[in-house]
Ligand binder design. Sequence first.
Ligand code: CA2
Length: 145
Amino acid sequence: MKLLVINGPNLNLLGIREPEVYGREDYAALVAYIERCCAEVGAECKVFQSNHEGAIVDEIQAAYGAYDGIVINPAAYTHTSVAILDALKAVALPAVEVHLSDVSKREDFRQISYVGKACLKTVVGKGFAGYGEAIAFLAAYLAQN
Ligand code: CA2
């Protein structure tokens, strides 16, 4: 089983500001956590981060035929990107959306998720553990489908 984990803009800066929203740990710690979670379910994984919408679209397209599932935290593109939504729909891989913070309790502009419309499940407000939940969900889903 091969999983692609995608992180969107500014997540590479984790740990430097807004620890009350995003936690104190940095991006390297998040990548290490994701790799541990994938190893626990016997999955190979690639963790990809980009600040560029088109690069994320390219990575999703390249996943077609190469990965079994996608975990995605599109960050700010969650709330704006029809292009990422369309890419996920085009490749039709099982996908789970993750947010570190509980976006449902934040600003109005964070209440819409375009990307979530192409995802089987959305996990919010659980910090790093949300990625673990998404990876475990996809592993169980892929074992049955
Ligand atoms: O809660 C999440 O995981 C978000 O996807 C994080 C995004 C935000 O735009 C989404 O609405 C919710 C922001 C990611 C990066 O934010 C940083 C802000 C300050 C310092 C470091 C990272």
